[in-house]
Design a protein around this ligand. Sequence first.
Ligand code: PLP
Ligand code: CA
Length: 304
Amino acid sequence: MSAINVKALARQNVRRFLNSFDTVMTDCDGVLWMHMTPLPHSADVVNLFRRLGKQVFYVTNNSTKTRNDLVEKCRTLKFEATKDDILCTAHLSACYLQSLNFHKKVYVIGSEAIAKELEQAGISYCGIGPDPIDQNISYSVFEKNPEVAAVIVGFDEHFSYPKMVKAATYLNDINVHFIGTNTDERFPVSNDVVIPGTGSLVRCIESCSERKAVIMGKPDKYMAKMLMERSNVDPQRTLMIGDRCNTDILFGTHCGFTTLLVLTGVTALSDVERWKQSERQEERDLVPNYYIDALGDLLPYLKE
Ligand code: PLP
Ligand code: CA
């Protein structure tokens, strides 16, 4: 077993390190911004990457935004971006169904963003919005829509027992496709409150349907496959930047990219130190090649 190489980037090597990449993939929340607040100098760094001739892709697991929403958000927060630079899980879910030549209906547990991306792909859907518990109706009388041939599970603040019944009932037919947007278990919050993420909802439906979802987001490779089909990406000259090791860093490792962890989001250095010493391969796989405190710390080296 080869030694695992996690080190803070040595100052003199930063420039050489950055020159060794043509493509930079960056996670969004926790690397570029926190919700609607940009992280200091991260926009300058990303825009300079572009000016230096690197292809930059924004890769987010957030299923509540369309590509258009994310272009808009990038512009508002001063990150240069076009639609083609964005990889997001609402869009990928629609692309995935298109690649299957899917012409039926999708039952969606998720947000308006998924609905909009499906609409743009010409795919019909149902299920968006609240599905309240009706004490007078027995779940056993739920009648399946015969058009439904796929279920997508993304982030849904209206997630409910009736939705579980419907999703699991559709998925009881093995020919019905099962798509999960992403596996992030929780959202990072600064206080003691735990906010369950989409991964918790996907697992819930996996559990009651006794099936495994095809996952669109990081760490699964589908995102990279889509990108490689559309663009010229050489994994050996690609840097993946992320704040969460079990999505971003694992994704980079799976795809053969060099990985850089920033410490402005989910994963702490103490987690990495623990995984480095772990006897379990799954934990050692979470260890990034490099880390820095914040993306904005690269700015002086790009300006030289
Ligand atoms: N899913 C949802 C619903 C989110 O709001 C976010 C972050 O805002 C994420 C996932 C994680 O996004 P990212 O992959 O950009 O960190
Ligand atoms: Ca993130």
